[in-house]
Design a protein around this ligand. Structure first.
Ligand code: NOJ
Length: 496
């Protein structure tokens, strides 16, 4: 026999389960708010050596060191979007997105990548065709000039840590603006340089796979920030009057929630945000690195016996040149991490982590997903948006990536809940907190090559059959959900 207490408990649980999701807003997104979806070249195009494309660092690492990637996967064919771009645009049309964020493959456009080297006409034609197809379908292009696929030759010339990098990038962006600028109004120079530098040169978990944290990752960031500023000025001085577009950079961070309300943890959270996001955004907004980075890295470098700081210095002229080189603030964000104060690391530990000096951990109660680093924490995005707005004086904010991974399947209820709850928090940030978010971009249009995780982690709203040589695409349940949100601008069945 079931006891009375148990019965009451069951009734409560049943009632709770029947309640509508209270956090999903029944208010509408403003009419001017735009919805989009994103991919990147290396993750979807395939055709890795077709029609004159050069090798990039991910082609190189996958071919020379297959064990580096889960299941020895590579992106030689990926989703075959080089051949199936019209099908991709038809999917975008079905979703009803206002814009498509995709990236250009540098080594498809300039096979060697280096300044002064030949341009590949087939690469130009491919992207002109894609852009035209989007425009013909009333889908605005939001173009990322660089997303992680550095031409292998540029890497062999020293890659990002080499100060010459800026020249190679300036050459590339001129080719891009000259050939595509008449079709594009929104440009992103770099995607998530934090990951290119920290993982590519700091921890070795991304191509090119070096592990010199606290050293070459700082050089990498320094040269990317300068190259971004250069690209911004090239656009301003040579193209803006005629092409009338906007330029920004996509930076990424999680929300770092203080582990407790204590002052030391609150400071640890701010320090983590400054080391992850401020590392790039502070120079671009205000001209130089965040004071907390300068102070800590200068001091630790000295204590370690360096005769100069491991954090490179901008000259006064560079500070002026870099300051203000963004027309909008663009953020990729997925999750939340707890930040906690800790004892100083031993002084002989040289790394970005020890310079930052914050313990980070996830809450076991946060819902797990297909990626170990990604937990479902919808309230985190609202806190992050508020922090961005406050820290950078209420800029226009584009969310350029947000989404969740699964391991397989078409009935992706977790993704639907994820979008509903995250979008609800974005809406609260806009309507209740006055944060100036104007765009939301879901990651990703379809399952694709998730870098070191190969094809094992799937972020797509469309499923791709990687066993099928045709790479057939099928909408998941979330595609229907996102299309409905875009069509109604509403997160529940009926809006007020
Ligand atoms: C960030 C990157 O821009 C994208 O390439 C990646 O697939 C997603 N995050 C998910 O990890």
């Amino acid at each position: 026999m079931i006891s009375n207490t148990k019965l009451i408990l069951l009734i409560i649980l049943f009632t709770l389960a029947q309640r509508p999701i209270e956090t999903a807003s029944n208010r509408s997104f403003p009419a001017s708010f735009k919805f989009g979806i994103a991919t990147s070249a290396h993750q979807i195009e395939g055709a890795w050596n077709e029609d004159g494309k050069g090798e990039n660092i991910w082609d190189h690492i996958c071919h020379t060191n297959p064990d580096y990637i889960d299941n020895g996967d590579n992106a030689d064919l990926a989703c075959d979007s080089y051949h199936k771009y019209k099908e991709d645009v038809a999917m975008l049309k079905d979703l009803g997105v206002n814009y498509y964020r995709f990236s250009l493959s540098w080594s498809r456009i300039i096979p060697l990548g280096i300044a002064g080297s030949p341009v590949n006409p087939a690469g130009i034609v491919y992207y002109q065709n894609l852009l035209q197809e989007l425009i013909d379908n009333d889908i605005e292009p939001l173009v990322t000039i660089y997303c992680w696929d550095l031409p292998e030759t540029v890497e062999e010339y020293g890659g990002f840590p080499n100060p010459e990098f800026e020249e190679h990038f300036a050459y590339y962006v001129r080719v891009v603006f000259q050939n595509f600028g008449h079709l594009v109004k929104y440009w992103i120079t770099f995607n998530e340089p934090l990951e290119s530098c920290y993982q590519g040169y700091g921890t070795g978990t991304m191509a090119p796979g070096y592990s010199h944290s606290g050293l070459t990752d700082y050089k990498c960031a320094h040269n990317i920030i300068k190259a971004h500023a250069k690209a911004y000025h090239v656009y301003d001085e040579e193209f803006r009057t005629q092409q009338q577009g906007s330029v920004g950079i996509v930076l990424d961070t999680s929300w770092y929630e203080p582990a407790t309300g204590g002052a030391a943890d609150v400071e640890a959270s701010e320090r983590a945000l400054q080391f992850a996001f401020g590392w790039y955004m502070h120079p671009i907004a205000f001209g130089n690195y965040p004071p907390v980075m300068v102070e800590r890295i200068d001091q630790r470098s000295e204590q370690q016996g360096f005769n100069t700081s491991r954090l490179p210095k901008f000259t006064e002229d560079e500070i002026e040149y870099i300051k203000g080189t963004y027309d909008f603030l663009a953020i990729n964000t997925y999750t939340t991490v707890y930040a906690q104060a800790r004892e100083e690391y031993d002084i002989d530990v040289i790394s970005w982590d020890s310079d930052m000096n914050v313990d980070m951990f996830l809450d076991d109660s946060w819902e797990e997903t297909g990626s170990s680093w990604l937990r479902v924490v919808p309230w985190g995005i609202r806190k992050l948006l508020n922090w961005l707005s406050k820290t950078y004086n209420n800029p226009e904010i584009f969310i350029t990536e947000n989404g969740v991974s699964d391991k397989d399947g078409l009935q992706d209820d977790q993704r639907i809940n994820f979008f509903r709850e995250y979008l609800s928090n974005v809406l609260d940030a806009v309507l209740d907190d006055g944060v100036n978010v104007t765009r939301y971009t879901a990651w990703s249009l379809m399952d694709n090559f998730e870098w070191q995780r190969g094809f094992s982690e799937k972020f797509g709203l469309y499923h791709v059959d990687f066993e099928d040589p045709e790479r057939s695409r099928t909408p998941k349940a979330s595609a229907e959900y996102y299309a409905q949100v875009i069509a109604t601008r509403c997160l529940v069945d009926v809006c007020d």
